[in-house]
Design a protein around this ligand. Sequence first.
Ligand code: 3UK
Length: 516
Amino acid sequence: MKADDLPQFYNMCEILEHNLQTRAGKTAILSDEGSMTFAEVSQQVNQVGNALTALDVRFGDCVAILCPDRIEWVTSFFAIGKIGGIALGMNTLLKTEEYDYILADSRARVLIVHDSMLAVIEPVLSKHETLKRVIVIGDAAASGYLTFNHWIAAQPTTLTAERTHRDDFCSLHYSSGTTGMPKGVLHAHKDYPLIAQLSGVDVFGMTENDRTFSVAKLFFVYGIGGNLIFPWYVGASCVLYSGSPRQVAGVLKAIDTYQPTIFVSVPTVYGAILALPDFSARFNLASLRMCLSAGEALPAPAWHAWKEATGVEILDTIGCTETYHTFMANRPGAIRPGSSGKPIGGYQVRLVDDDGNDVAAGEVGHLMVKGESTALFYLHQYEKTRHTFRGEWLFTGDRYSMDEEGYYWHAGRGDDMLKVGGLWVSPVEIENALSEHDAVSECAVVGHYDNAQLLKPKAFVCLQGGAEGSTEMLGELLKLCAKKLDAHKRPRWIEFVDSLPRTATGKLQRFRLREQ
Ligand code: 3UK
């Protein structure tokens, strides 16, 4: 499928609404908080769309969502697209300063926030003149804001979709980098059917008989693609899980209860489940026909252990926020455990050296990708845009080699970024946290593989006046990190060193720390 195959005027709400013709009464969403049919979802989408219009939200306006994976997230997302707005699904793991930055950068007009997330964003809300209204999902009694249910209650359940061009923007995702705040990536209406057809149907073979379940959240592009856009494009149902992916018993119980056929997950969660004794005997996972992995490379031993325990094969796939979804994947029946598979239909890749020349098979090069779902730029980031969006080609920042059979093998990132549990971690953020301790003179963080061959942050720390590291100091630094950083960003190892390796010009040589 090509973008040209779509009508020129296309609205992404079609992904939901085509289901009203033949399966309006079919369950579209299942969750601990309730289920809904396609007809019910569509009615709530229309109510939210009308409520947004009543708040004067118009074509091109941004509306932010900050909420765990729940039905209101989904209906808000489609409603924003349907009225021609730009939906911003915010990462629920960020800090107040990051929300502050994103609200300013996106100029969100309305914020739809779950009561459990209000405390972290509330301190900065009044600063943003561009933010006109805050709607609270759940209990807003204490906060004095309008509640979601009350807001939509009197709204009509019908709404005509805005006549959007297929190239109009409809969603905004923020993705992290080594320095500075996250970068905004805009995607167009056309990108939704494209990724659903090219990955969901052509590679994963999804049909209306499938039921998806994801530990990757809807705010993460991998999660919304695999657990919302792909299933609804083919009329399948999705299971929403509002719990934490770290509570693996909860994840397994949800699979046991809702009987999904497709599990959308990340290597750390596969690893954590595999570490749970007898997990496949304690929970019924027999409904699964296919498991997906992305976010970071899936180690081959985990692939084999999972196959052994469940009988199901994991397809390791790679995508990025800039292409919206998958561009390389292992295919059912043709898997090379440990590799990212081969480019999928609709995408081409190249491996190039520092001068942009193609490298030979077996050699490591910078991965470039080309495909029609690719975004055009980073919002308000001229320099970073020029570096990454190179004509038709996207410079991913990943290093890969290709073997004689055409399979691609991840060889780390070209920048210093780490993917931990499928989430971005900037070494600089961890270094900044450690440096806040008065005793730290300098420090550096690099990726280090744990016993399960998954990358985790490791810190090298020099103390003031050349002091020796002690158990007490280690404890203090760990405590500081626990206070300042999300769990996945905390260093798993802290090593005290006399000095950090540097070039003659004083530049930190992270590769030498990585080699240790
Ligand atoms: C890394 C992988 C090795 C790689 C994503 C599937 O992760 C997604 O999007 P992000 O923008 O990050 C992209 C970067 O993550 N990565 C992802 N998958 C793999 N590295 N093996 C993998 N299988 O550095 C890439 O550049 O957060 C994943 C689908 C959609 C996505 N957006």
